[in-house]
Each structure stands twice: as C-alpha cells, then as structure tokens.
Design a protein around this ligand. Structure first.
Ligand code: HEC
Ligand code: HEC
Ligand code: HEC
Ligand code: HEC
Length: 501
C-alpha cells in the first residue's frame, strides 16, 4: 500500500491532568492505613492541576469508522501493575485490557490486535549476574498474562534475552503459544527465534482478510552488556541490514509490513529511509522519549510510551474494496477512569502475592548475611538520635508524611521491592537502608535522607561542618518527574519547612 496517501492524526488524551479518582480509589482497599483527611487535603493542595472529569467514553474517542485497531505497548519490564507512586497512578495490565474490552464492545465488528515493541521482561540481576529470583517470577507472570489477554506479537530486545532464553529452550516449562516472540537480528545456536510472523485480521468491517507481516528488531546491546549477552550465546546482526533481507523474505506474503523494534534514536528513521516497502514502524526509544508520529519515506513511525502508561492505539481504515488505505494514531491515558478487567486484576493480585513471598525470602537471606557480618558502625544515626539535640526540628518532621513514608509500601505489598524502597527510606545503596528486615531503623524519609549521613556530626557537633542541603536539589532526587509530577519547591517546602527558611 506504499503509494496510497495516508492521513495521520494524533491526540493525546487528557495527558498529565489530575485525576482525583485514582487517588481515592487506591486507598479504598487499605482503610487501616488511610491518611487522615487533612493529610490528603494537604496533598491535593500541592497538586499543580485541578481534577479532571473524564469518563471512559472520553477515553474511547469517536468511532470514526476504523476497520481494525492495533494496540501497542513497550517497556513493561516485568511489571503487571499500575505505577503506584504518584498521586494519579497510570498503566497496568488490568486497566489496559479493561480499555481494550470496552473498545471491542463499542465496535465488535472491527478487528483488534495487541503488539509489544520490547523490554517486556525484567532484566534485574544480582551480584552473580544471574536474573534475580523475583525478576524471573515476575517474567513468568508476564508470559501468563500475555497468553490471557492474547497479546499477538512480542519483539525480543537485548534487554529481554536474560529471561527470554528460557522460553526458547526446547524443554521450557512455560511456552508462549498465542504471543509470538520474534527477532530477525538476534540469533543463538540450538535456538530458533522467528524473524517475523504473519498475522491475519478479519472483521465485518473488513471486506477481506488483511495479512500483516511483523518483523522484530533490536538495537545492538550497549558495550557494558555485550560480554554477558555473548556469554549467553546470542549474536546480533545489524538491524538496518537485517531489515532489508527480512523484508525481501516477506514480499508477497503480506498486505502490510510492520517493523516492531526497540531502538536507539535514529534507527527507525534509517529503516524507513532505506526500505520503501515498509508501511509502519512501531518502536520504543531506549531513552523512553515518545516522539511525535512521523511519516518518513513510505512508512509511518510510532513510539510506545514509557512503561506503557499511555497505550498506543493505531487505527486502520479500509477503502470500499477492503484495502487498508490510511492509519491514525492516538495515545490513551490509562488512569482510574478505565475499569480493570476483572480476570486480569485477579491475575495481577495472584502474581503480586507470589512475588511478595519471593521478595521477602530474598530480603531475609540478605538480612541474615548482613547480620552475620557483625556489628558494623553505620554512617547513619536515625532521626531519633538527631532529636536529642534538635527536638524542634524532630517534632516538625514527625508531623510530615516523610516520617512514615515507608508505611505506604507495606500497605501496597511492595516493602521488599527494590524498585520502590530507595526513595521511601534513608541512604539506600549509599551504605544505608538495605531492606526492611536488615535495617528497619532506616525506613521512612528521615533527617539524613536530606542532610546526608550524620554519624560524624552527631558524635562531634560543630557549626559549619554538617552540610545544610542546597535546595531544591535536595528534593528532586526523590521528587522527580515520574514520582512527584506536581513537585514545585516553593509549594512543597513550606509543608516540611524547618531551620531558617
Ligand atoms: C525516585 C523516587 C521514588 C521511587 C523509586 C518510588 N517512589 Fe513512591 N513516592 C516518591 C515521592 C517523592 C512521593 C511523594 C510524591 C508527591 O507527593 O508529590 C511518593 C509517593 C508515593 C505514594 C503516595 C503516598 C501517599 O501517601 O499519597 C505511593 C503509594 C508510592 N509512592 C508508592 C511507590 C511504589 C509502589 C514504588 C515502587 C513501584 C515507589 N513508590 C517508588 C518517590 C519515589
Ligand atoms: C525533606 C528534606 C529534609 C528533612 C527530612 C530534614 N531536613 Fe533539615 N533541612 C532541610 C533543608 C532543605 C534545610 C535548609 C533550610 C534553609 O536553608 O534554611 C534544613 C535545615 C535544617 C536545620 C537548620 C540548619 C541551619 O542552618 O539553620 C537543622 C538543624 C535541620 N535541618 C535538622 C533536621 C533534623 C534534625 C531533621 C530530622 C528530624 C531534618 N532536619 C529533616 C531538609 C530536610
Ligand atoms: C549531640 C547533639 C547533636 C546531635 C546528636 C545532632 N546535632 Fe546537629 N547540631 C548540633 C549543634 C550543637 C549544632 C551547631 C548549632 C549552632 O551552633 O548553630 C548543630 C548543627 C546542625 C545543623 C546546621 C549545620 C551548620 O553548619 O549550620 C544541621 C543541619 C544539623 N545540626 C542537623 C543534624 C542532624 C540531621 C542530626 C542527626 C543526623 C543532628 N544534627 C544530630 C548538635 C547535634
Ligand atoms: C529520600 C527521598 C525524598 C527526599 C530527598 C525528599 N522527599 Fe519529600 N517525600 C518523599 C516521599 C516518599 C513522600 C511520600 C510520603 C508518603 O506520602 O507516604 C514525600 C512526601 C513529601 C511531601 C508531602 C508531605 C506531606 O506531609 O503532605 C512534601 C511536601 C515533600 N515530600 C517535600 C519535600 C521537600 C521540600 C524535599 C526537599 C527539601 C523533599 N520532600 C525531599 C521522599 C523524599
């Protein structure tokens, strides 16, 4: 269809707007830990933007006569759940499927399909270089969830190999059946990875079956990962060169040619420039940037959003003969306006319970190893020690949510999740907090989370020797864009203010 004219439009639905629903509903199941109404009011006062009044119908957009829709994701990294941190958490598999269900219900006579552009699996490794036990389990659950929601295509990126290797093994315990794993430029001896897959779309709105060739491509691994990946037995061919030969292979086998890729900036453009029989590139930019959709040569290039908090929705329109003649793209904000798919929510909960047990066991092992090393002098003394000499600051701190910032992780069953604990504790990965079993005294955001290790100062207090953090840089290590999207120093500081300012 390369000579046909294509129209393209992009809507970002309700991006970055406050959703009070997300906030209150996330607390409904956790009554015991619910913050006092005043604390919640305080938090809402800190929000930059007012609440939205969006509905599921708004999210679905208009039925403009599309014949088929391809939903695309990437960068799931083994996580089934909504990103729980900010005031309005986004994403999660149950919501994603909830949206797609509603979409299908609205237009049952149109076809739908789901694809993933890469880094769907967690690649968290321990000191040994092996995949962590919790990461392996998270990934097993991703495979099950993929089957459950009938994800059609998964592009294997260099970040997925640590785990995907198991899936390719002939005697694998877990075998994806509906989700086809593809990669045209990754090879390993004794393992066959499909370079491409051809899927068909049929629907009442389509006069004839549409065949789509999906070609999987990954960027080459970065230099610091090359050796590890080579040791696993994988070799990489250049993605741009590989695309040419693979496109030649699918010639005449499909009506639409799509590359699904995990790329460095520039690679997608190069692919489009050098391959005129390419129709679409569905990609993920390694850095997490979502570039505007762009027509390059004959291909439309689209990017999936970071952690798939916004679901990519690519609509296909057919002409009177049933030929696909154009595409439009939009991103759907996966916030609490969208109902969870009940079955997938069950899966998510089951997964979380199992993962929690493994993470707890890992934490206990680490705690035991830590205890075996004997009494080490710590760089950190905890807020209780500071209180001996700074009672006023301590009393103030006690009233802020910093003083119990770890509790929310326990409520959410994430107390052992290294992806979460760092900003909800003191000195994580800086010789401070290890995990809640090993170093319970360093849970919560304490004086030393901002002021830095205080043992030396507490032992020999002197004016001018213990740094007072320069502001707001002391905050944004934790109050970053992802986890504290409303952060503005002048609004936040007064809530926790002490000292001179
Ligand atoms: C980079 C630092 C960082 C990481 C990593 C992080 N958080 Fe947070 N979290 C914060 C900050 C900062 C806030 C406060 C945001 C605000 O109020 O603006 C917060 C707030 C929260 C809240 C809301 C608390 C409340 O009382 O309203 C929850 C829930 C939460 N985090 C859970 C998590 C979970 C679960 C993870 C792991 C998936 C996580 N956090 C990882 C920094 C982080
Ligand atoms: C959220 C980060 C944060 C936490 C937590 C925090 N502080 Fe501070 N603290 C600051 C900042 C920022 C300043 C500097 C304010 C200024 O410039 O006047 C400060 C100032 C101070 C000062 C005054 C310094 C001066 O020059 O007058 C003291 C004393 C102090 N903090 C003690 C504490 C103690 C004790 C705790 C724990 C009970 C604590 N702080 C918790 C960020 C923090
Ligand atoms: C044994 C008492 C003692 C303890 C314990 C102690 N401080 Fe201090 N702190 C002092 C004294 C004394 C000063 C100097 C005050 C002055 O002269 O203005 C001081 C000054 C400070 C200052 C201002 C530094 C400066 O150069 O102006 C900060 C910030 C501070 N303390 C934070 C903390 C924190 C955080 C802790 C816990 C980790 C802590 N202190 C523990 C006694 C103590
Ligand atoms: C070590 C990570 C960390 C640092 C550093 C940090 N915060 Fe926080 N902050 C958090 C977390 C986590 C929460 C959410 C706690 C909760 O709601 O359970 C939070 C919550 C807050 C809140 C809401 C508190 C309330 O009582 O309503 C304010 C305001 C805030 N932080 C201000 C600041 C400011 C200002 C700084 C810098 C001077 C700062 N924070 C530094 C992690 C951090």
């Amino acid at each position: 269809m390369s000579n046909r004219k294509r129209a393209l439009s992009l809507f970002i639905i309700g991006a970055f707007v406050l959703c009070v629903g997300a906030f209150s509903s996330s607390f409904k199941t956790t009554q015991a830990q619910q913050p006092s109404p005043t604390a919640q009011d305080d938090r809402e006062k800190l929000a930059k933007t007012p609440a939205t009044t969006g509905t599921l119908k708004d999210r679905l957009g208009k039925d403009d006569g599309y014949a088929a829709t391809l939903f695309f994701s990437a960068d799931i990294g083994g996580n089934l759940e909504v990103c729980g941190c900010p005031i309005r958490p986004l994403g999660g598999i149950a919501r994603r499927l909830g949206y797609i269900n509603a979409f299908r219900q609205r237009s049952p006579d149109a076809a739908t399909m789901m694809v993933d552009a890469g880094h769907i699996f967690s690649d968290e490794t321990g000191e040994s270089g092996d995949l962590n036990a919790d990461a392996k389990l998270m990934n097993d659950w991703i495979v099950r969830a993929n089957e459950q929601m009938e994800l059609a295509v998964v592009n294997v990126s260099h970040r997925d190999l640590k785990y995907a290797q198991r899936l390719f093994a002939p005697n694998a315990a877990l075998k994806p059946e509906k989700a086809t794993l593809i990669s045209a430029n990754i090879q390993a001896p004794n393992i066959s990875i499909a370079p491409y897959t051809i899927k068909t779309l049929t629907a009442k709105r389509l006069k004839k079956t549409v065949r789509i060739a999906f070609i999987g491509l990954s960027e080459l691994p970065p230099d610091n990962k090359k050796e590890v990946i080579a040791k696993q037995g994988f070799t990489f061919a250049d993605p741009v060169e590989t695309a040419k030969t693979t496109l030649a292979e699918v010639k005449n086998k499909a009506d639409i040619n799509i590359i699904v890729g995990y790329f460095k900036p520039g690679t997608a453009n190069k692919l489009a420039m050098q391959n005129s029989d390419l129709d679409l590139i569905i990609s993920y930019d390694e850095r997490g940037f979502v570039h505007d959709p762009k027509q390059v040569n004959n291909a439309l290039i689209l990017y999936a959003s970071r952690q798939s908090k916004y679901l990519g929705e690519l609509r296909f329109y057919a002409d009177a003969n049933g030929e696909i003649e154009r595409f439009t793209n939009r991103y759907v904000e996966l916030d609490s306006v969208i109902p969870d798919d009940p079955a997938m929510l069950e899966t998510t909960k089951k997964a979380r319970a199992e993962i929690g047990i493994v993470q707890q066991r890992m934490a206990e092992e680490i705690a035991a190893a830590h205890a075996a090393k004997g009494n080490q002098t710590s760089l950190y003394v905890t807020s209780e020690t500071c209180a001996n000499c700074h009672q006023a600051e301590y009393d103030k701190w006690k009233q802020t949510r910093h003083s119990h910032a770890f509790t929310i992780l326990e409520t959410k069953n994430r107390a052992f999740d290294n992806a979460c604990v760092g900003c909800h504790s003191v000195g994580f990965q800086k010789q401070g907090f290890i995990n809640i079993k090993a170093t319970p005294q360093l849970a919560h955001v304490q004086c030393e989370s901002c002021h830095g290790p205080g043992a030396e100062h507490a032992a020999k207090p002197q004016k001018g020797f213990y740094k007072t953090p320069s502001t707001p840089s002391a905050c944004i290590a934790c109050h970053d864009r992802e986890n504290s999207p409303d952060f503005v120093f002048d609004k936040y500081w007064p809530v926790v203010a002490h000292g001179k300012k």
